[in-house]
Design a protein around this ligand. Structure first.
Ligand SMILES: [Zn+2]
Ligand SMILES: [Zn+2]
Length: 141
């Protein structure tokens, strides 16, 4: 089944109250690309507002291809935002430092249907990729 994702590109009013657009944009310092799945953002917003109910600090959301390389992202990373190739970001890394928060964040992510979760030492990679099998994988650092 093809992905049906609506890109949120900042051309409309940003509808989210818990996540500011500036935090989801590419942080390379050059492009400020904001091209992210509305379905994913809806899940993050629901997660933050209903299931997690604590601040969610975004370390990384959209990445242009160059910034993704710089951040050691995989070539097919769900962070990549490239409007020309119609690649829409469907992932965000959320800072977390303690076990209780990590547990609660994972539980909330699963509750809203986020289906790919990467567990790193100081952040959690949340990804909404319906074409992938559900997965919780350990980060390399
Ligand atoms: Zn960039
Ligand atoms: Zn990530």
């Amino acid at each position: 089944m093809a992905k049906t994702l609506t890109p949120l590109d900042g051309s409309r009013v940003w509808p989210y109250k818990f996540f500011r657009a500036e935090k989801m944009r590419c942080r390379c310092g050059q492009c400020e690309t904001l091209y992210i799945s509305a379905a994913f953002m809806d899940k993050l917003e629901l997660m933050r507002g209903t299931y997690y109910q604590a601040p969610m600090i975004v370390n990384s959301g959209c990445r242009c291809p160059a910034w993704n390389k710089h951040e050691n992202g995989k070539d097919d990373s769900a962070h990549i935002a490239d409007p020309e190739k119609n690649l829409i970001t469907t992932a965000a890394d959320i800072r977390i430092y303690n076990g209780t928060g990590r547990y609660n964040m994972i539980q909330a992510a699963i509750a809203v249907g986020i289906n790919v979760i990467g567990i790193y030492r100081h952040f959690i990679h949340l990804e909404d990729s319906p074409e992938k099998e559900v997965s919780a994988w350990p980060g390399k650092y």
